[in-house]
Design a protein around this ligand. Structure first.
Ligand code: ZN
Length: 315
């Protein structure tokens, strides 16, 4: 009988488009236009025609997607690139409200601006008052920052480490060509892992295209984990063979217990395709023998889709 997998999505966004920030002059029109075009390109790369889900990136639409795909729980992340996109809903309060509105369905990552002077107080407020569960950093946000910046980031890492709060970090890919990839270089997290050995660090997007470097870091640091978020969507849609090769590499280097799945909805909306592929994943024996790949078991898939989220992220 076919295995019924349980599923937790560790990475989803929501947000409502608004022109308010543009009207106020907060958003620069040219940068917004370029970024929206780049995001459209990404959506087309995973099989979605231009503009097809642009109209509904609401939380309610995502709840329906969760139901349809049997996703038991999802972790909400702040919508990145808020300053560029001009979205109204991009703060910790909105995530806290969403969690309250759907009891048990959502958990939340807090985000703060490391370039501001009160980032630590904001993080404390988000965790202790708003009751968000973990911390998210995207080094492209807030004008960009370096993940190993001792002055701006280390007090935040220290707080997380002391309080056993995992930090999820965007690395590698970025659709937006207005951003500079150097901030996404995953090796910056090696400094963080060395200086905060007890801090749980979740390396988003496999550090792709620096994925081999990333695998070595994950294998060398006990408290470092990796997600296949968004990269799985792109590879499964365009080149499933490469997806199998990368997944096999990770499982043989550090085991399936360190790998998490996230949809990255709304950026990569082909959730149905990815989950169907994962649930039915089987590597042809000829391919395994020729490429010396390990067998990927049902247990490995269940770890990636569900068990690891329960074990690694806060209850
Ligand atoms: Zn994301």
């Amino acid at each position: 009988m076919k295995k019924q997998y349980k599923i937790i999505d560790t990475h989803a966004h929501f947000g409502l488009a608004s022109n308010k920030m543009i009207e106020k002059g907060i958003v620069e029109y040219g940068r917004r236009k370029k970024l929206l075009e780049d995001i459209d390109d990404l959506k087309q790369k995973v099989g979605f025609e231009k503009g097809i889900i642009e109209d509904d990136n609401s939380l309610e639409a995502y709840v329906q997607i969760m139901k349809k795909n049997g996703i038991e729980q999802s972790w909400l992340h702040q919508l990145s690139f808020g300053e560029e996109l001009g979205y109204d809903i991009l703060d910790n309060e909105s995530i806290a409200i969403a969690i309250k509105k759907y009891p048990g369905l959502f958990k939340g990552f807090a985000s703060v601006n490391p370039n501001s002077n009160n980032s630590l107080e904001e993080l404390r407020y988000a965790i202790e008052t708003l009751k968000l569960h973990a911390f998210k950093l995207n080094p492209n946000d807030y004008g960009g920052f370096w993940l190993n910046d001792k002055e701006k980031l280390y007090p935040l890492y220290d707080y997380c480490s002391q309080n056993n709060i995992p930090v999820s970090v965007h690395t590698g890919i970025t659709p937006g060509t207005i951003f500079r990839m150097k901030h996404n270089y995953p090796i910056l997290l090696d400094d963080v892992a060395v200086d905060f050995p007890n801090l749980k660090i979740i390396v988003e997007h496999m550090g792709y295209p620096w994925n081999d470097l990333c695998y070595y870091m994950v294998s060398r640091h006990k408290n470092m984990y990796v997600t296949i978020t968004a990269v799985a969507n792109i590879l499964i849609h365009n080149n499933p063979r490469n997806f199998i090769v990368e997944l096999s590499k990770m499982i043989s280097i550090f085991g399936s217990e360190k790998i998490l799945w996230g949809s990255d909805w709304t950026a990569t909306p082909n959730i149905d395709e990815v989950l169907h592929y994962m649930k039915n994943l089987s590597v042809p024996i000829v391919m395994r023998k020729m490429m010396n790949l390990p067998k990927i078991s049902e247990n490995d898939i269940q770890n990636i889709l569900y068990n690891n989220a329960l074990n690694i992220l806060p209850k």
